[in-house]
Design a protein around this ligand. Structure first.
Ligand SMILES: [Zn+2]
Length: 199
């Protein structure tokens, strides 16, 4: 029956593209939107467009930002000599929430995964090395996810960075294997950052 309402099925198809949203939930959301005033639909559409128009990646750390460089890179109070390397912008939020880290970040935008054809050139590794060669960094805290890909990326980075004579640390165990940082609770991230160890 809904096939005869193209604008409805189109919205359902778009919503179903969201992670974790199946056809059933997409249909429920579309019915919800149908009952909302026009202003609510405009507000949602505008919020999505503004997100795409106004945000970009910081040219220094590759975190999401509306100004370049981002607020964290531009903050003079934060430690200049410690970098926390993460896979995704969501992980920056997770570490920030834990209030355990006062340095700056570098977002790789993924992890090494040869089976998926993701190699070093697909990640922001070259700009990371450029930052490190620029000097002034005393420690790199590798906070990639506790997955096979995250571990492989951490080891790869360690080998690359070691010759520069910079201290390389990894989050302490305590974060369950298979975990993506964004889903780990604040207290656990806090303990993992505090207890970081040399690789
Ligand atoms: Zn930045």
């Amino acid at each position: 029956m809904l096939d005869s309402i193209p604008s409805f099925t189109r919205l359902v198809a778009e919503l179903a593209k969201f992670p974790g949203i199946g056809a059933k939930t997409a249909t429920r959301l579309a019915f919800f939107m149908l009952r909302q005033p026009d202003a609510a639909a405009t507000a949602l559409a505008t919020a999505i467009l503004d997100l795409k128009r106004n945000t970009r990646f910081c040219s220094v750390c590759f975190h999401i930002t509306e100004q370049d460089p981002c607020g964290i890179c531009a903050d003079p109070v934060r430690d200049q000599d410690v970098l926390c390397v993460v896979e995704e912008p969501q992980a920056v939020l997770a570490v920030e929430r834990s209030r355990s880290f006062r340095g700056r970040y570098h977002v790789l935008h993924g992890a090494l995964s040869p089976l998926d054809g993701i190699g070093p050139d697909d990640l922001k590794i070259a700009p990371l090395m450029e930052r490190l060669r620029g000097g002034g960094i005393r420690e790199v805290l590798v906070a990639t996810n506790f997955t096979v890909e995250g571990d492989a990326t951490a080891l790869y980075l360690a080998r690359l960075i070691q010759p520069l004579g910079i201290r390389i640390t990894r989050l302490a165990f305590g974060i369950p294997m298979g975990s993506e940082l964004e889903y780990v609770d604040e207290a656990t991230v806090h303990r993992a950052v505090e207890g970081r160890r040399d690789i």
